[in-house]
Design a protein around this ligand. Structure first.
Ligand SMILES: [Zn+2]
Length: 132
């Protein structure tokens, strides 16, 4: 599955703002939408013991967000987390912990950017279409 992911500019900006707020720690969150087009992002709390280099989404927040999205008729399109200083590609740890059938978005701050990957296919990059 290599369809491009369509992201509103506001969602991109929201993820960047979340990453900036948590800097220098990694942030984590979810992106929901319909038919390959994102509608919103949901920031989650990173409860990892070493949040500068790892992320672990708060399980209660994660479950609540998934149930809420289901009630709205939205699908989980992506999980995002930040690598404040890069790299903009998935780490070995990211590849080893790819448990969801959703895209992984990597948010970087220096320089600022967002890239999308299917981790199940050895980190295959997916094109992002940012919509205004
Ligand atoms: Zn990572």
């Amino acid at each position: 599955m290599t369809e491009p992911l369509r992201l509103p500019g506001a969602v991109v900006e929201g993820m960047l703002a979340h990453a900036r707020a948590r800097d220098p720690e990694e942030c984590v969150g979810l992106v929901f939408g319909r038919e390959g087009a994102a509608t919103r992002h949901v920031p989650l709390t990173n409860t990892a013991a070493a949040p500068r280099t790892r992320f672990f989404a708060d399980p209660t927040e994660l479950l609540r967000a998934l149930i809420d999205a289901d009630a709205r008729g939205e699908a989980l399109l992506a999980l995002y987390h930040s690598h404040p200083d890069g790299p903009s590609a998935p780490s070995e740890t990211d590849l080893a912990h790819a448990h969801y059938s959703a895209l992984t978005l990597i948010v970087t701050l220096r320089p600022e950017g967002v890239r999308a990957f299917w981790l199940g296919e050895a980190g295959l990059e997916v094109r992002l279409e940012v919509m205004s």
